[in-house]
Design a protein around this ligand. Structure first.
Ligand code: HPA
Length: 247
């Protein structure tokens, strides 16, 4: 399936698009409030793209305070027909070492207290959407094919655990997530994926592992170590986005 306008939601380490030629910037207010940032519009490899900085630009909105519903509504109102989310995550599974890029296929949601549905009986009447496969398989395969086209190794699967943040986890919490079958841990994957499904917009994620999750290395987790991985890693994420848009 061809997409006409792909939206990118950038996370930690990707607060601005550098590849595309920016043609406009939209300061929107939705019926459910303000998105995290203005939405940039542009063209990248001859494709229309939208870009939204999930934590704002500069990076300031914590994961539990992001207005995920406004972000999704803003992208929909600008015509997004697919969304690629970029997420910095901790690695739980031994295959998810720092620097690895994973295209997750499943989610477990441990977040709480977030506005996590449009079908709340106020904004829209109650409804129960299917989320058996939380990520759009067609879009996932497109990312995987693009990665192989530029000889970029990626993990083609991964179970993403969405935690509340902004603090990182304890060792016991990570052990629990591992027992639950989770491979990656981040703070922003939900409710974003579910809200995209509620709007009927195909959604997939590029996860960059930026640290071993708590207890998966000998030391503690430092922001310095995360930043060091982010710098090189996000350049590879940009390359993957560019190739995905080129296809
Ligand atoms: N846990 C939760 N979220 C994260 C982590 C982590 O270890 N690293 C980056 N985002």
């Amino acid at each position: 399936m061809a997409f006409n306008k792909i939206a990118i939601i950038g996370g930690t380490g990707l607060t601005q698009l550098e590849g595309p030629q920016i043609t406009g910037s939209h300061e929107l207010t939705t019926k459910l409030g303000q998105p995290s940032s203005a939405v940039q519009e542009g063209s990248w490899n001859d494709r229309s793209v939208l870009f939204l900085a999930r934590h704002g630009h500069p990076h300031a909105v914590p994961p539990h305070k992001i207005n995920y519903r406004a972000n999704l509504l803003a992208l929909q109102s600008l015509g997004a027909d697919a969304i690629i989310a970029v997420n910095a995550v901790g690695g739980i599974h031994h295959a998810m070492q720092s620097g690895v890029i994973s295209i997750p296929h499943q989610v477990v949601d441990y977040t709480w207290g977030r506005e996590s549905t449009f079908f709340d009986g106020e904004f829209r009447p109650l409804d129960h959407i299917d989320l058996t496969h939380p990520y759009d398989e067609n879009l996932r395969q497109r990312l995987i094919t693009a990665a192989s086209g530029i000889d970029m190794p990626v993990c083609e699967f991964g179970v993403y655990a969405a935690t509340q943040g902004p603090r990182l986890e304890t060792i016991a919490e990570i052990n629990r997530l591992e027992k639950d079958g989770c491979d990656l841990v981040g703070m922003t994957g939900m409710p974003e994926a579910a809200l995209a499904r509620e709007l009927g917009i195909p959604y997939a994620s590029i996860c960059l592992v930026v640290n071993p999750a708590a207890g998966k290395s000998d030391g503690i987790i430092t922001m310095e170590e995360i930043k060091a991985v982010l710098d090189g890693g996000m350049q590879r994420v940009r390359d993957l986005l560019a190739e995905t848009l080129r296809q």
